[in-house]
Design a protein around this ligand. Structure first.
Ligand code: MN
Length: 493
């Protein structure tokens, strides 16, 4: 998939009080940590010269804002760094930052420890000074505590760095909306102006005729070669003419998106004017290549899916557009069957997908081609972005996916899961929070990723997991309503 190059800056704070030798040592130690992180994290980590005065801090923050590759900053105070020096820079910093509270030396050298050691290894109080200022300025940030060689510390930085890359990708990202919303549907609507201002991505509509013109320009040769690719990847059956039409759609939509610089799109079965079938297979395969997608005009899920694809790039376990479709309400083991009319991403297929052609009850078009498969067992989550009118809420539900049973008459891809902490609590909480029927469903995206995302975006996150109690969850939503209302004031969202 296409992701622009990005990097994380490793920034150390200090001061001149202890002389040039100490600062030299601070720089060497910081370089060693930056190198170790560079070797461990999925995004390059770049060492930046140690900062010791307000002007240098301000300049570095301005450079970070201006550098299109800089996804975020890791900040660490090796020695004490008086934090008033950081006010000017951090007040103007527009990139995410992570406060790494670590120390160069893991162990205290009991036999040799002296005041030089104490003055060099001062993060214990230097980072408290920094943390006060971050809190005083109400700055969103991630705080990671522990020695820099600790695998848990690395894992938490890995999660944040991935999210920083995803956030960078969202800035200026373009989502194409083919047709409008499914008529009368509420939850897929929302404030696109607010979304662009809050998250950085834009959503614009295009007439279906515009994409149809590109689809019509696709050559028979291109279609034949893509159908060959289908045969090499999938167990193909069904009406050849419809498979060719689906291949033509895929090439045309991909061309439209690529030439226009779009990273996501939406369709709606209510606006297929001039298209021969609902683009199911195209949507599935474009998702697998990292494009965001939302059905029925759902641009919020399309953008969240693109973001999730960038965050989880290179990790095991796929990520898809999903819909809570129907339930198995056995009181002993209640389950959710997730699917969509067509558009589930084959990145979550547990085996070789089957490419089939079946009738579709809505839309009034030819029988669409689609990939049919089962999603695997494993830990997964559903996430959705809710527009509450005056602000956004990110809602996350951790689930346990199980192997779907055989459903020989169901002609779509499917996933089957148990809700955490249990069906009634989990689903009750989801509905209480206003969660959509459309989600991003993922085996690789984690609650930690989404917490980091919400912190950077400055939005509420509500998590339904093993610990959720309905009463506390409901109170948390009420308190958050008040907090975000006050925090945003008249600016709104
Ligand atoms: Mn739907």
């Amino acid at each position: 998939m296409q992701i622009a190059p990005s990097e994380i800056w490793f920034v150390t704070g200090s001061q001149h009080l202890y002389g040039p030798e100490t600062l030299q040592q601070v720089a060497e130690n910081s370089q060693a940590i930056a190198k170790a992180l560079n070797d461990s994290l999925p995004i390059p980590v770049v060492f930046k010269p140690v900062l010791t005065d307000p002007a240098a801090i301000r300049t570095l923050c301005q450079e970070a804002n201006a550098d299109p590759k800089c996804a975020g900053l890791i900040l660490w105070m090796h020695t004490f760094s008086p934090a008033k020096m950081w006010i000017g820079g951090l007040s103007n910093l527009r990139k995410p930052f992570c406060h790494l509270h670590t120390q160069f030396n893991r162990d205290l050298p009991w036999d040799s420890i002296d005041m030089d050691f104490m003055n060099l290894n001062q993060a214990a109080h230097g980072d408290r000074e920094a943390g006060f200022l971050h809190s005083r300025l109400r700055l969103g940030r991630k705080i990671v505590v522990g020695h820099w060689s600790d695998p848990e510390v690395i894992a938490r930085l890995d999660a944040w760095a991935r999210v920083a890359r995803g956030w960078l990708d969202l800035q200026g990202a373009k989502i194409a909306r083919f047709g409008d919303n499914m008529r009368e549907v509420a939850v897929t609507e929302g404030d696109k102006v607010a979304a662009e201002s809050r998250f950085g991505f834009s959503v614009n509509g295009f007439g279906i005729g515009d994409v149809r013109a590109v689809i019509d320009s696709v050559s028979d040769q291109e279609v034949a070669s893509l159908v060959d690719e289908y045969r090499s990847l999938y167990a193909v059956s069904g009406d050849e003419a419809q498979i060719q039409a689906a291949a033509r759609q895929e090439i045309g939509i991909r061309r439209f998106l690529t030439e226009g610089g779009f990273v996501g799109f939406t369709t709606t079965f209510e606006d297929l004017h001039g298209l021969n079938q609902l683009p199911g297979l195209a949507s599935q395969r474009l998702m697998a290549d990292g494009f965001g997608f939302g059905a029925e005009g759902d641009w919020k899920t399309s953008a969240l899916l693109r973001f999730s694809k960038v965050v989880t790039h290179g990790l095991d376990g796929g990520t898809s557009f999903m819909e809570d479709y129907t339930y198995h309400l056995d009181p002993a083991d209640s389950l959710v069957l997730g699917a969509h009319m067509l558009e589930i991403c084959p990145s979550i297929a547990s085996g070789k997908p089957r490419l089939e052609v079946h009738p579709l009850g809505i839309g009034g078009k030819a029988d669409p081609a689609r990939l049919v498969f089962d999603a695997p067992a494993g830990n997964a989550l559903n996430a959705t972005l809710v527009d509450l009118g005056d602000r956004f809420r990110l809602l996350v539900h951790e689930v346990e996916a199980i192997e779907p049973k055989a459903m020989p008459n169901l002609p779509v891809a499917r996933a089957l899961w148990r809700s955490k902490p249990d069906f009634k609590t989990g689903i009750g909480a989801w509905i209480r929070a206003g969660g959509a029927h459309h989600t991003v469903y993922s085996y690789s995206l984690t609650t930690e990723h989404l917490e980091d995302f919400a912190e950077i975006a400055g939005i509420e996150i509500a998590v339904i997991d093993e610990e959720t109690s309905l009463r506390e969850f409901q109170n948390e939503l009420r308190q958050n309503d008040l907090y975000y209302h006050l925090a945003q004031g008249v600016k709104g969202h």
